[in-house]
Design a binder for this molecule. Sequence first.
Ligand code: Q9C
Ligand code: ZN
Length: 373
Amino acid sequence: MKVVYTPRHLGHDVSRETFLGQAVAANEVAERAERIRATLVADGGFELVGPTAHGPDPILAVHDPGLVRFLEDAWPQTRREAIDRAFLVADTYPVRAMFEGMSDAAMSRLREPRAVGGRVGWWGLDSGNPIVQGTYDAALGAVDVALTTADLVLDGGQTAAYGLCRPPGHHAGRSMAGGYCFFNNAAIAAESIAGRTGEPVAILDVDFHHGNGTQQIFWRRGDVFYASIHADPADIYPFFLGHADEVGEGPGEGANLNLALPAGTGDSDYLGAVDRALEAIAGTPGSVVVVSLGFDTYGQDPIGTFALTTGVYHEIGQRVAALGRRLVILQEGGYYRPSLGENARAWLRGAEGRPLEPIPAGGFGPEGARMPG
Ligand code: Q9C
Ligand code: ZN
């Protein structure tokens, strides 16, 4: 299988994030993508290719141009304002209760603030999403990775391809960054695939968290089916979306499927949810599935509460491939770094119908995957 990767992600070099108002060790770090890359290389059955530049148009087909302008200037403006911080995060947000009682007309006069501390709240969901100097370029690189992965499947004759996107994307909405995400890589790929094929597209989101951004972007769309398996938002980020009764509206009514699972969910209950999602996708027209692939469902994940094992990822890959559709597989979350490479290798080998053999001698295992340099 071809793997699309770019070192541009290294510019999103974060070491701390904020959690409930305090700086803690960052979860979404460069080592994640480097672990996956090194393990897939060591496997020997994957071919790394670089992305090609796709320009701004596919991003602007999904995102508000104001979000793009903000992300482009967020760090330079932080420097111009001489804010003495290692990373930019918001502390003031336009939450719905602030505007209670106001009319749509009054709401439409709300405007983006000038100061970067206001702008980052205007365009952001949460304060756990650090922005640094290289964040914008890394986010652009992840979009090119996603679109190149789609190209391999649409034009390159590949049945399946994997985009090692970092930063991830599924929490980013049309006009919002959040949850370690800046541009919604999977939504941008799905929109591009729908436009190029003229076919409906399905998105299967198996990250531990609900992909609120992807749901929001395609909420009223009947031609993009979104199915997500995730932790119950009553307990887990993004908290405010991801319930079963969110089914889409207008032409999109019935094209959104949320399967929320409780803490402690293990392999067999998770596989049951996978089968439900796949059955729903099999009932929709189209030949391409975009997979938002997260490994924060893993038993040892530091922010997840599920109990999945490496072996079940191989089985999930096989079941997804058994749909008989072309697969554009894009990396989302997953934060237990020692097993990330092996979990990705298991999933992708499953999707290719290859058994999960150990990495051959002379290669190096997941513990041997090292950062470059
Ligand atoms: N201390 C993805 O997996 N904050 N995003 C959690 C935990 C948000 C995860 C804080 C987690 C977002 C792509
Ligand atoms: Zn996640």
